[in-house]
Design a protein around this ligand. Structure first.
Ligand code: FAS
Ligand code: PHB
Length: 398
């Protein structure tokens, strides 16, 4: 049977932040790439996930010409609040990092901007195309077999494959198990997140460590809040009515005892995100490169998932540019090692923030006191606060 076959230099599986940023970086470098994405454009542009862009991520998107709406609509945050003992404590990013900040701008907005930029440049993205197999990974021409919107079996042939298909994609699974080392830590709780038409509780994010559990109040605009509360690891979103959610948030913010007040609003989206740390090493097998969530997951406490995905593909795009422009594959050979240095430092920071801010049922009274002392130290020592700020705004890019 003749299988319709497309040919390119780099096949990109997945149109999330990793795949789309890579596609645009390669386009700008004059390297041919085709993205295959299992979902529709509407679906990926509506998927509500991360919300905080590191300083370097914002700068990168601006530098490649995809930052105009981000500059107009993004909310620049020069600090954040840690709340414990019924008090807010501010971490001043700008003062502690020599002027750096973060920008609150929904992941789905980044995705929309990248898709618009790619399509206006006639860069090919095949939506509703689920990759079902990766082949010939150790030969000179690799292949991605996918089913198109009509269910027709198709093939994409390329020099390289970028597996940007997330934690549940097929790319990591295409690597023989014996070729990978997996590092994983699953936390005994999850986050229940909502998107609501309600004015943000505060003009800065508030991370709360409360006896009843963690809560995080974030936002997407002056009229839309993004809020998370710690819930049981096996919790069911059906168990969380809007009333229960708002009541729990008030309790964790001590709203009825002088804490930040909460204005309820229509809940637009509600979902539970499991909390895990995960790394697959190495991030390369033959001519397949893993990037983003296909290779690693961090608990969202440090607001790192999307930023780490974009940092990976920045390294990969530079390495591919060196290869195609100068036939120099040294950076490609170092890809996994280069990315993993940042990934493990980000895992450390995300695990530290998660341990410091959440309630652990197995915490003895001693552990609880140490946790509160950690918060007290971070908010009373300039050196400790600078460590948090430096990681939160984003470590220097490689
Ligand atoms: P993505 O998962 O974003 O994208 C992978 C893409 O590949 C998807 O579009 C998928 O449809 C596609 N795909 C999968 N299999 C395919 C196949 N076989 N063929 C073709 N395409 C395929 N991070 C934060 O920093 N803060 C947060 O609050 C936060 N909340 C999150 C909530 C949820 C529910 C989830 C799942 C993640 C959250 N994250 C958060 C992390 C998230 O932002 C990721 O780090 C980010 O999406 C990673 O981007 P990608 O690596 O591009 O993967
Ligand atoms: C968000 O706004 O979605 C957000 C902010 C900070 C985090 C996680 C998520 O740590």
């Amino acid at each position: 049977m003749i299988v319709p076959t497309l040919r390119t230099q780099v096949a990109i599986v997945g149109a999330g932040p990793a795949g789309l940023t890579l596609a645009y970086l390669l386009h700008q470098a004059g390297i041919e790439a085709i993205v295959v994405e299992s979902r529709s454009r509407e679906y990926v542009e509506a998927r509500v996930r991360a919300g905080v862009l590191e300083h370097g991520t914002t700068e990168l998107l601006a530098a490649i010409g995809v930052g105009e709406r981000l500059r107009r609509e993004g909310l620049v945050h020069t600090g954040t609040q840690l709340r414990f003992g019924a008090r807010n404590h501010r971490i001043d990013f700008q003062e502690l990092t020599g002027g750096k900040s973060v920008t609150v701008y929904g992941q789905q907005e980044v995705v929309k901007d990248l898709i618009a930029a790619l399509l206006s440049a006639d860069a090919p993205i095949v939506f509703d195309a689920e990759a079902v197999a990766l082949g010939r990974l150790d030969e000179d021409r690799v292949s991605v077999d996918y089913r198109d919107a009509a269910g027709t079996a198709c093939r994409l042939e390329a020099d390289y494959i970028a597996g940007c298909d997330g934690f549940h994609g097929i790319s990591r699974a295409a690597i023989p198990a014996q070729a990978l080392t997996i590092f994983e830590h699953v936390y005994p709780f999850s986050w229940l997140g909502i998107l609501a038409e309600s004015p943000p509780v505060s003009d800065e994010l508030i991370y709360t460590n409360h006896e009843r559990g963690f809560a995080l109040v974030s936002m997407r605009s002056p009229s839309v809040s993004r809020i998370y509360v710690q819930c049981a690891g096996d919790d069911d979103v059906a168990e969380w009515s809007d009333d229960r959610f708002w009541g729990e948030l008030r309790a964790r913010l001590d709203s009825d005892a002088g804490g930040p007040s909460v204005i309820e609003g229509r809940v637009l989206q509600k979902g539970i995100t499991p909390m895990r740390s995960f790394v697959a090493e190495p991030m390369r097998y033959g001519r397949l490169f893993l990037a983003g969530d296909s290779a690693h997951i961090v608990p969202p406490t440090g607001a790192k998932g999307m930023n780490l995905a974009i940092a990976d593909v920045r390294v990969l795009a530079q390495a591919l540019d060196l290869f195609y422009r100068r036939a120099d594959s040294a950076a490609l050979e170092r890809y996994s090692e280069t990315c993993l240095r940042r990934i493990w430092k980000t895992q450390r920071f995300s695990a530290w923030m998660t341990r410091m801010l959440h309630r652990f049922d197995d915490h003895a009274p001693f552990d609880r006191r140490v946790q509160l002392a950690e918060l007290d130290y971070v908010t009373s020592s300039r050196v400790a606060a600078a460590g948090l700020a430096e990681n939160y705004v984003g470590l220097p890019l490689a």
